[in-house]
Design a protein around this ligand. Structure first.
Ligand code: BTN
Length: 243
């Protein structure tokens, strides 16, 4: 029974959700658009969001977390999406830390978490999720063609975007409740089950340095722990990890 703010076209559901959150909307508001003409990705990239071809949405949360725990929300969203998409026949997606959902090594889903915090407290978190449902290859911009995938390219059954959204939201709610009542531990364990990052050699491009190492674990706040060649363990807060 959450409110859904639906629109045919918006710039970015994250931008709209942040505006509504700033105006004091309730915890759990969902903003969804058929099309975004200025969809946002991480690291100042864009997100291709053509009309009725995907599930482009954002959820506003007001969790009782510290700002440094915000990445828990990203992990939780990734698990929810993987559980929902993996129900389709022939689909086995996995999570690349922190926020990519990959299918056959290509990007099926992107998640962009944005936060507003003041005086060490979170005002709100916006979790924006984009699921490529049926974006035909010829529609995909040239530079993304090799790395993007749609659910319809792989699933061996028809996909209803409404059902998919309802399923993802159901899992998100379940996982969020679990974090609130049982803590992050059980959710983290579930995340590890779907992870394609742990145990891999990774290249970390952090804001201030680039290095190689092995992704060994995720800490209790959802940060990736990478063991460098000299044995030191680094916690990755932000940046890009490639396998
Ligand atoms: C990424 O992988 O770079 C993150 C992409 C996030 C895309 C989604 S689509 C819905 C929401 N609104 C946006 O503008 N971005 C997110």
């Amino acid at each position: 029974g959450h409110h859904i703010h639906y629109c045919e076209l918006t710039t970015s559901t994250n931008e709209l959700a942040k505006r509504l959150a700033g105006e004091g909307c309730e915890d759990g508001l969902v903003v969804i658009a058929e099309e975004q003409n200025s969809g946002k990705g991480r690291l100042s990239r864009g997100w291709f969001s053509p009309f009725a071809r995907g599930v482009w949405f954002s959820v506003v949360l007001k969790p009782p977390f510290m700002p440094q725990e915000a990445s828990k929300c990203t992990l939780l969203a990734a698990i929810a999406v993987v559980k929902a998409v993996n129900k389709y026949k022939g689909v086995q997606a996995s999570i690349k830390w922190p926020n990519d959902v990959l299918l056959d090594g290509k990007k099926l889903v992107g998640i962009l978490t944005e936060m507003s915090a003041e005086f060490g407290r979170i005002n709100y978190i916006v979790i924006g999720t984009g699921i490529n449902v049926n974006v035909p290859k010829e529609m995909v911009p040239e530079e993304l063609r090799a790395t993007a995938v749609s659910l319809a390219d792989v699933a061996r059954e028809p996909i209803s975007r409404v059902e998919l959204l309802a399923d993802v939201l159901g899992y998100m709610e379940e996982l969020y409740e679990k974090v609130l009542h049982e803590g992050f531990k059980p959710v983290l364990e579930e995340w590890k089950k779907y992870s394609s990052t742990l145990g891999q050699q990774v290249k970390v491009i952090a804001p201030d340095q680039t290095y190689f190492g092995e992704a060994v674990d995720i800490d209790e706040d959802g940060l990736l722990m990478v063991k460098r060649e000299d044995g030191r363990i680094e916690k990755v807060i932000a940046g890009d990890v490639s396998i």
